[in-house]
Design a binder for this molecule. Structure first.
Ligand SMILES: Cc1cc2nc3c(=O)[nH]c(=O)nc-3n(C[C@H](O)[C@H](O)[C@H](O)COP(=O)(O)O)c2cc1C
Length: 255
């Protein structure tokens, strides 16, 4: 079984690719978080994979809480692995995560940038070459997973991993601010795509317009997915191009 969490489609894509390669089912962690429940069948699987994105060199808090509860539900003999997706570096996220959730092996997979408040999106050729490289990497990972290889830590740490994962992550979490979510009412067509995309169920639709509650994890899903680019997170995003994997891949298919 593969459980995944995804704000912008990258980790979902990784989970689904891997699912095809190893012929295992995928389940979206977001559904469990939204319904405040746990996957009751977790104990029956002999292999349990987790695919998740890193936001500021660590795992989003609601996902940690889910994994802490999942930890005790998995069969003691099961093979357990984690794949984190990030735009370049993971810091010491996997080491920190292992204090909350046990796993035998871990990999990082580099995917296009989604954090548009700080960095521009990758140019299309760069994004596509990351996706091609990820596809090849997943082939290797799938072989290791099928052989239940233990002790693998194939994660790109980058510089100052500890400081980024512990200190900068804490600053990032403390500064997440739902009030920075802004809607351009003129542009918004009330299509509900943001509402359907939010992995935290943090959007209410009021008169067919999004209104944000207080559970935002700053994943940028709603900002990136809005077809009218009507949603901003702070001033920086107003003029930034958006990225969403499904949109990138469907644009490419159309051409
Ligand atoms: C709030 C936020 C913070 C991020 N921080 C990092 C980071 O610390 N290191 C990194 O390499 N990528 C970072 N990224 C990029 C994402 O980890 C990467 O694009 C990931 O594949 C997104 O997965 P998703 O589409 O499943 O949400 C960040 C993205 C967001 C939205």
């Amino acid at each position: 079984m593969i459980y995944y969490f995804s704000g912008n489609g990258n980790s979902k894509w990784v989970a689904e690719k891997l699912s095809f390669l190893i012929q295992e089912k995928v389940l979206n962690i977001s559904n469990f978080i939204l319904d405040c429940r746990m996957p009751r069948s977790a104990g029956k699987y002999s292999s349990v994979g987790i695919v998740l994105p890193l936001y500021a060199w660590y795992v989003p808090q609601p996902v940690i809480h889910f994994l802490e509860r999942l930890d005790g539900m998995i069969s003691p003999s099961a093979y357990r692995y984690v794949i984190c997706t990030c735009r370049n570096y993971a810091g010491t996220a996997m080491e920190r995560l292992r204090r909350h959730y046990y796993f035998d092996s871990a990999w990082s997979v580099i995917m296009p940038n989604t954090y548009i408040p700080k960095y521009k999106i990758d140019p299309e050729d760069v994004a596509m070459s990351k996706i091609d490289a990820a596809e090849k990497r997943l082939l290797d990972i799938s072989v290791n997973v099928l052989e239940c290889k233990k002790g693998i830590r194939d994660v790109r740490h980058g510089l100052l991993g500890l400081a980024r994962t512990y200190i900068i992550n804490q600053i990032f979490v403390n500064h997440i601010d739902c009030k920075l979510m802004t809607l351009d009412e003129e542009k918004c067509t009330g299509c509900y795509v943001c509402y359907k995309t939010c992995p935290m169920g943090n959007i209410d639709m009021v008169n067919h317009k999004p209104s944000w509650k207080d559970k935002c994890i700053a994943c940028m899903g709603c900002v990136n997915v809005c077809p009218e680019e009507a949603i901003y997170y702070g001033k920086e995003t107003a003029h930034r191009r958006r990225y969403h994997l499904d949109m990138l891949l469907s644009d490419r298919k159309r051409r």
